[in-house]
Design a protein around this ligand. Sequence first.
Ligand SMILES: [Zn+2]
Ligand SMILES: [Zn+2]
Length: 178
Amino acid sequence: MKLDLTEIAQHVGKQMAYEVDEPAESIEDLQVLRPIRGSLRFTNTGDLLLVRGFLHTSVELECSRCLRLFEMPLLCEVEEQVELRALAARPFEHPQVTIIPEEGDTLFLDGNILDLTELIRQMLWVSLPIKPLHAEECKGLCPTCGADLNEGECGCQKQVGHPAFAVLAKLLAQMEES
Ligand SMILES: [Zn+2]
Ligand SMILES: [Zn+2]
């Protein structure tokens, strides 16, 4: 989906609202399970084009502890801004557009054309948790036999402390003996 921002880029003070309703399609490796809905508001402040709003959907993630797949609702707040100088001055070329803050990425803008699919892709990626958990109290897998500890104890002996400390303790014990 592409949105033409020429009209808004050329009129200071102009606002435009856009209701997002995109089908649930996988984005790269990310399984999108529900339609991506939300609303975006574009505002021309004279210096900046503001993009404000929210998106919500639901994606399939793998639990970082027990590796099971689970559905996770995502709510993304959109807060982007683009310098308008370049946009308004040369609407039919592809000017270098500077996004503030500087870590931002201009992949979703090509001249005055906003690539909504790309914007959504970026918003979803930054909203993903670094270590997704299917449940806050997930017990994970047994490091010895790989059993899912959420389904019960596996009978393996629990490791006490970090294995490196066990080695150190043994060395210390040996030194005391000699
Ligand atoms: Zn889990
Ligand atoms: Zn085990």
